[in-house]
Design a protein around this ligand. Sequence first.
Ligand SMILES: [Zn+2]
Length: 72
Amino acid sequence: MALECPFCAQPNADHAMVCNSCARDIAIPASLIAERDGLIRKREAVREELSRAKAELEGFKIGKRRILLAKT
Ligand SMILES: [Zn+2]
């Protein structure tokens, strides 16, 4: 199984330390990869929360507008 470069996606030898193609360091410890995956998941959760909050805020604005219209 070839090791895919995380930067340029070119295949490299399994235990390559540096990418053949872009010459970047690709010997990333598994613990860092796991940490990165955890951060990506966390980021996705935060994004979802943000879009929910935005939708809620939008609903709140519309509701406020209705209240103002009802008063006049
Ligand atoms: Zn590369």
